[in-house]
Design a protein around this ligand. Structure first.
Ligand SMILES: Cc1cc2nc3c(=O)[nH]c(=O)nc-3n(C[C@H](O)[C@H](O)[C@H](O)COP(=O)(O)OP(=O)(O)OC[C@H]3O[C@@H](n4cnc5c(N)ncnc54)[C@H](O)[C@@H]3O)c2cc1C
Length: 366
């Protein structure tokens, strides 16, 4: 076994970021992707750099998001997100660009190469380290039998790609809250004539998401009658708890495989990129046993505050959340509180405490 050989599984944001970092650090890198790079994307394609740690995407940007509309009951709140590092991107284009960059640094990318548990077993002898960025459900969990962990600890989503006139959301994205579930729906345009329209439920209670989304399309006027056409439907899990163990022998989990999406909004592109890089640093500095700790130093506060927000949301119920939006959405810092909670952790904790005490609990409306 060469001491310099690293194998990466998965050509998503986690695997590609890891591959680039590993090649830049002088490793001999092979990346295995089961399809073709950019083909297997399950995403609303909002790239948000919540911790200000990433480069602006070098390719695939559709537009910088300037405003976020939040629909709640009959109200629509407007949040100014222009200072927040949030772009709508085309992930296929972005990932292909990252793959080209990786290749130019010497990474060998093998496409149409699904890594099975048996192949993974053999790879363990061949490579010094294997970095598993194969998303949910990752191949490592199939070898070590912990697939159940991901289905137990995740948000559940369903999304359509819709064609039609989205000029009403020029430089904007829309998120909608409803009393029927803890979660939200989104309309994320990819330009003027296409949008990802989906629903994500943070605590899944057996809802049929396709039916829920069809109802939302009616409500938002995004049906055939108004000139909108569904082009594609996808479902997907957003794993939001980090497994107790993130290193299995010489395999390191990154990105979704490491349970890394926001418990609050399901975003995981940023966490995938960060974890991919941190994993390589751990290998480089020969301290893989502290990989999880190092990762938590960077993203731990963000994740726990986001979990706090979800707990608050669940306890408070829809009506109170609506009242809070009414009261606070006009404040300039409000978008930061919900999209970059770690940066404003003290303010957020104080606010949640005050609200818990003053507003009390209101019953959830079904
Ligand atoms: C509907 C939906 C909407 C979302 N919207 C957003 C959003 O707007 N913004 C955001 O930040 N996050 C969003 N997310 C989350 C985000 O998509 C993920 O967190 C992110 O893609 C994780 O990146 P990853 O590289 O870990 O995994 P993935 O992007 O899933 O990449 C894994 C790659 O590994 C490959 N692969 C899988 N198995 C194997 C195997 N056995 N062998 C070889 N290759 C394999 C796959 O083909 C894929 O290319 C959304 C998720 C869903 C489900």
């Amino acid at each position: 076994m060469s001491m310099n050989k690293i194998c990466i599984i998965g050509g998503g944001p986690a695997g590609l970021s890891s591959a680039i970092k590993a090649a830049e650090s002088g490793f001999d890198v092979k990346l295995y992707e089961m399809g073709e790079i950019g083909d297997n994307v399950r995403c609303a394609e909002g790239f948000i750099d919540t911790l200000n740690l990433l480069e602006k995407p070098e390719a695939g940007i559709r537009f910088k998001v300037k405003e976020m509309l939040v629909r709640c009951s009959d109200e629509t709140y407007k949040l100014d997100v222009s200072p927040i590092r949030l772009w709508m991107i085309d992930r296929r284009e972005w990932q292909r660009h990252l793959a080209d960059k990786a290749r130019s640094l010497g990474v060998e990318i093998l496409e149409n190469y699904p890594v099975t548990p048996d192949i993974l077993k053999k790879m363990k002898d061949e490579y010094l380290w294997i970095i598993d960025g194969s998303g949910v459900i990752p191949v490592t969990s199939r070898l070590y039998n912990f697939q159940w962990f991901y289905t137990k600890n995740c948000g559940v989503t369903f999304q359509y790609l819709i064609e039609g006139d989205f000029t009403f959301l020029h430089e904007k994205i829309l998120a909608g809250l409803e009393p029927r579930y803890t979660g939200y729906y989104w309309i994320f345009p990819k330009g003027t004539y296409q949008a990802n329209v989906g629903i994500g439920i943070l605590k899944y209670e057996g809802q049929v998401l396709r039916h829920e989304l069809d109802r939302i399309l009616e409500k938002e006027g995004l049906t055939r009658d108004y000139g909108y056409t569904i082009k594609q439907a996808i479902g997907g899990l957003c794993p939001n708890v980090i497994p107790h163990k993130v290193v299995y022998d010489n395999i390191i989990l990154i990105g979704d495989a490491c349970g890394l999406t926001s418990p609050f909004h399901g975003g995981g592109i940023d966490l995938a990129c960060i974890s991919g890089k941190v994993a390589v640093e751990a290998v480089l500095e020969e301290r893989v046993d502290t990989y999880k700790q190092e990762l938590l130093k960077i993203i731990g506060d963000k994740l726990s505050l986001e979990q706090e927000l979800v707990n608050f949301w669940e306890a408070a119920g829809f009506e109170l959340v609506n009242r809070l939006l009414k009261r606070f959405s006009k404040y300039k810092k409000f978008p930061y509180l919900i999209m970059n909670p770690a940066k404003y952790s003290q303010q957020l904790i104080t606010l949640l405490k005050i609200l818990k005490n003053t507003e009390g609990k209101s019953k959830r409306v079904h």
